[in-house]
Design a protein around this ligand. Structure first.
Ligand code: ZN
Length: 317
């Protein structure tokens, strides 16, 4: 039997797995990235994890169906070089594809991690459950990652940059984003934004709250679940931005599923219900909407599963 191998390179951990041709995970492992060791060390670890998994499963690495790596940060046009990865120490213009191929002796496919997560959810998660071909994923975490699946393939754009929907501008001259633009969606609707917005409201002395002066995003998300008044106000604001973003993305892509994942998705219906409400209030009444707004199902496994699958399914470009 032959499998796809997927790796997901994160700032803290590398996750990896063997995935069968139908998208089922056969084996999965996780090791620390050890990013302070620098790019060459991290690539060594990617190679080591690959060999370890193949050996554990009693397979021949040369007979694998594909080896894919999801990485943060932008890639060059032929996806051989990671141009920059802010969460990985020293990662600037790193020829990951060829360096890893050298270590493992088989070809490597490098993909953007947000696209990998979207493809994973499509191939093996919520997309498969719904039997659909067109899907948009927003990953609500430190930032907002995004991926678009069209006709069962990732939409990569003309320059392979993919879709950076966390950086659509929602507030003219708004908050400065790490990307250099002002007013990006991720400044208003990511998990990080939740923490920042709560701190602003606490400082301004608004609604009643049990939160500390500088709450983490996690603090606020937990308080939301318990009905903390200030946290709920934050959630309502965040969901207004998210709901409007969903309207816009549905207008552009006409997907069958709009999927919300990432750290904030653990709020489940508390989040989804609010987003759906904003969507329904704002969207067209000229014909019934058929898109479903749902939660991702694979959690942080989506990345390696999608990276595995994307070795076989070239992006639409
Ligand atoms: Zn931005």
């Amino acid at each position: 039997v032959s499998y796809y191998i997927g790796l997901d390179l994160g700032g803290t951990n590398i996750k990896g797995g063997l995935v069968d041709p139908d998208g089922n995970v056969i084996l999965e492992r996780e090791i620390p990235t050890e990013a302070p060791g620098g790019p060459a060390h991290v690539i060594d670890r990617l190679g080591m994890l690959t060999k370890q998994m193949v050996q554990e499963a009693g397979l021949d690495l040369k007979k694998n169906l594909g080896l894919g790596v999801g990485t943060p940060g932008p890639l060059n046009d032929d996806a051989s070089i990671v141009l920059a990865a802010p969460n990985l120490h020293g990662w600037k213009n790193i020829p990951l594809r060829d360096e890893l191929a050298k270590r493992v002796g088989v070809p490597v496919t490098v993909v953007n991690d947000a696209n990998a997560a979207a493809f994973g959810e499509y191939w093996s998660g919520v997309g498969r459950q719904h039997g659909i071909k067109h899907m948009v994923l927003l990953t609500l975490g430190t930032g907002i990652g995004a991926g678009v699946v069209m006709q069962g393939r990732i939409f990569a754009g003309a320059h392979g940059a993919g879709t950076e929907m966390g950086h659509v501008i929602v507030v003219p001259n708004g908050k400065l984003c790490g990307c250099g633009q002002r007013g990006c969606l991720e400044q208003y609707a990511s998990a990080t934004a939740v923490g920042t917005l709560a701190a602003e409201k606490i400082k301004a002395g608004g609604k009643k709250t049990n939160l500390p002066a500088n709450p983490s995003a996690r603090d606020v998300l937990v308080a939301m679940g318990k009905g903390d008044e200030l946290a709920v106000e934050v959630l309502d604001e965040v969901c207004t931005y998210l709901g409007l973003a969903v309207v816009n993305f549905v207008r552009i892509f006409d997907p069958q599923l709009m999927v919300l994942g990432g750290g904030m998705a653990f709020l489940g219906e508390t989040l989804l219900g609010r987003v759906r409400k904003v969507f329904e209030e704002q969207t067209w009444k000229v014909r019934p909407e058929r898109v479903k707004i749902v939660a991702a199902t694979l959690g942080n496994r989506a990345g390696f599963i999608g990276a595995a699958g994307m070795t076989a399914t070239a992006p639409l470009a």
